[in-house]
Ligand binder design. Structure first.
Ligand code: DC
Length: 225
């Protein structure tokens, strides 16, 4: 097992922005586990399988071959050999993904892939269940959150910058709904691990959050936490 930093938290908390910067500073690979679940969600959307059909989803998830590659700090996700990065970050895929990520068959497959990656390299991994389930022995664990209005505004700006037409109120509604589902599902719900440090980024800049996490890493290295 290599060195690992686990960053969990709700949608739009800034996990990927922060995790990428930490990975660069710490010379680790950044592993975006949400993108793996999204690739799975995309597969079911494309195949017209409804999010509520657990039986078909459990049967079919073996047919979605998900692999990832890393270059220049960016993760590329391949779905049955196709680079699907450009299709993953839409609200449609996000909502489908939250719905199918409640199923044990989906989670088992992706957790195994994530654990294999962490065995092969030093990683900063972000998601919902990294500190609690995927890497319970992670060297540093952070639970990164922010108020839902702040998170909705960030996601709105991210989507608007890409030219996607979106509605701020609808995004906040989706975020609250997704939080509900991610926090209340039966297996590996989103929650702060007992040994994770809570960081609320609501009033913080990206650089302040990065510095806070790097200082936690330094404390840990000096045997502080
Ligand atoms: O972080 P994200 O918005 O890309 O994640 C999309 C969905 O994937 C999220 O709503 C829940 C699911 N997910 C999960 O269940 N476990 C993870 N480790 C990462 C994401």
């Amino acid at each position: 097992m290599g060195y690992s930093i686990a960053i969990d938290g709700p949608a739009g908390a800034g996990k990927s922005t922060i995790a990428k910067k930490i990975a660069k500073e710490k010379h680790c690979i950044y592993v975006d586990t949400g993108a793996m679940y999204r690739a799975m969600g995309l597969y079911f959307l494309r195949n017209g399988i409804s999010a509520g059909d657990e039986k078909r989803i459990s049967e079919k998830c073996g047919e979605a071959d998900i692999t990832i590659a890393h270059a220049d700090g960016e993760q590329t996700v391949f779905l049955n050999g196709e680079n699907v990065n450009a299709f993953l970050r839409t609200e449609e895929v996000g909502n489908m993904t939250s719905a199918i990520s409640v199923y044990p068959a989906v989670r088992k497959k992706l957790v195994e892939l994530q654990q294999r990656l962490a065995e092969q390299a030093d990683v900063v991994m972000d998601g919902r269940d990294i500190g609690t389930c995927v890497l319970p022995g992670a060297d540093v664990k952070v639970y990164l959150t922010a108020g839902s209005a702040v998170r909705a505004k960030r996601r709105f700006e991210e989507l608007a910058a890409k030219g996607e037409v979106c509605d701020l109120g609808q995004i906040e509604k989706d975020i609250i709904e997704r939080d509900e589902r991610d926090m209340n599902r039966e297996i590996s719900p989103l929650r702060q691990a007992d040994d994770a440090v809570l960081v609320d980024s609501s009033g913080m800049t990206v650089d302040e959050v990065v510095e806070k996490i790097l200082s936690l890493c330094r404390e840990k290295e000096q045997g502080g936490i």
